[in-house]
Write a protein that binds this ligand. Structure first.
Ligand SMILES: [Zn+2]
Length: 157
């Protein structure tokens, strides 16, 4: 049983949600890709190694310019390990990052815009961008290992 959903908004924009696993079939969708396609991945909450394999196999078949938007943290974790995840002409526009406030314990996921909230092309990301806690006003910490989590941005300039 498939636990994912693929929804086309128009011929250049698609939303993918749910679980990307061994039941994920993406070839037919990729065959529909035109010159450029925006892929919204905010709703992807789980991906396993079989899903990654299916994804890469399909996405590497297209020459289309791909813009990855609202990538969830499970997706971002793949970028640093598997560069092919973005396909041949892929670019990340925005992605989710989890922040935690060490002062009051508040946790929040923020969508960071590449080039605005965080700059691409740094050799090493020792820290996330500054985010103010909406609860207590202190600075929130990035709840990932920034060196690893943001490493895909090093090659993204
Ligand atoms: Zn706080």
């Amino acid at each position: 049983m498939s636990r994912y959903e693929v929804k086309w908004l128009d011929e250049n924009a698609v939303i993918i949600k749910g679980t990307i696993d061994e039941n994920f079939v993406f070839d037919d969708e990729v065959a529909k890709f035109k010159d450029s396609v925006t892929i919204d991945l905010q709703g992807v909450d789980r991906i396993n190694s079989c899903g990654v394999r299916e994804w890469v196999k399909a996405i590497m078949k297209t020459e289309a310019h791909l813009v990855f938007k609202n990538c969830s943290s499970v997706i971002v974790s793949q970028f640093s390990m598997i560069p092919e995840f973005l396909g041949k002409n892929g670019k990340v526009e925005s992605f989710e990052t989890q922040f935690i406030c060490e002062h009051c314990g508040h946790e929040e996921a923020k969508v960071l815009q590449v080039g605005k909230d965080i700059q691409p092309g740094q050799e090493l990301y020792e820290d996330g961008p500054e985010v103010t806690c909406p609860e207590c006003g202190e600075t929130m910490e990035c709840d990932h290992n920034p060196e690893l989590y943001f490493s895909f941005l090093s090659d993204a300039s």
